[in-house]
Ligand binder design. Structure first.
Ligand code: RB5
Length: 153
């Protein structure tokens, strides 16, 4: 499902730049196969675009309560994660292994998963997303640490 109605809170909001568009299609199919709903904020073509625009669009949907979590894909995942992490309330985890996907949820309570389409193949990407889906925030000592992320020096 990819419709955007006010009453629906989607499982995910997903965005990519041109470098991540093919991987985004694969991930959307992967989510659909698991019965997970998503909003796609673009990009929608292979034309060169600026990744911060899509990181901000994903962060905005989460803060507006339109989706529970986000997935961002660019060439490396780095630009998406830097941008998303500048948004207060967004905790973006760049993951290149399934363990990083798991820990991003379990220890960091990340609400956005960042992926590098030029770094990780789709087989590994599926494992990363699966690990993310199977993990949940452990709380406890991690709660205190996550709260400190919002502190300013
Ligand atoms: C686009 O060429 C590339 O810079 C972008 O996808 C991303 O890797 C940036 O972090």
């Amino acid at each position: 499902m990819s419709s955007d109605s006010d009453s629906v809170v989607h499982d995910f909001v997903i965005g990519s730049d041109h470098a991540g568009i093919e991987r985004k299609k694969e991930i959307k199919d992967f989510l659909s196969e698991r019965g997970l709903s998503f909003l796609d904020v673009g990009t929608n073509s292979s034309d060169s675009v600026d990744y911060p625009d899509f990181a901000k669009a994903v962060g905005k949907k989460i803060l507006e309560g339109k989706a529970k979590q986000g997935i961002l894909i660019c060439g490396t995942g780095i630009g998406m994660s830097i941008t998303a992490n500048k948004i207060s309330g967004i905790r973006a985890a760049l993951a290149v292994t399934p363990f990083m996907g798991e820990m991003g949820r379990a220890h960091n309570n990340a609400n956005v998963l960042c992926l590098g389409a030029r770094i990780v193949d789709f087989a590994t990407t599926q494992q990363i997303v699966e690990a993310w889906l199977n993990a949940s925030f452990e709380g406890g000592r991690h709660e205190r640490r996550v709260e400190k992320m919002e502190d300013h020096p």
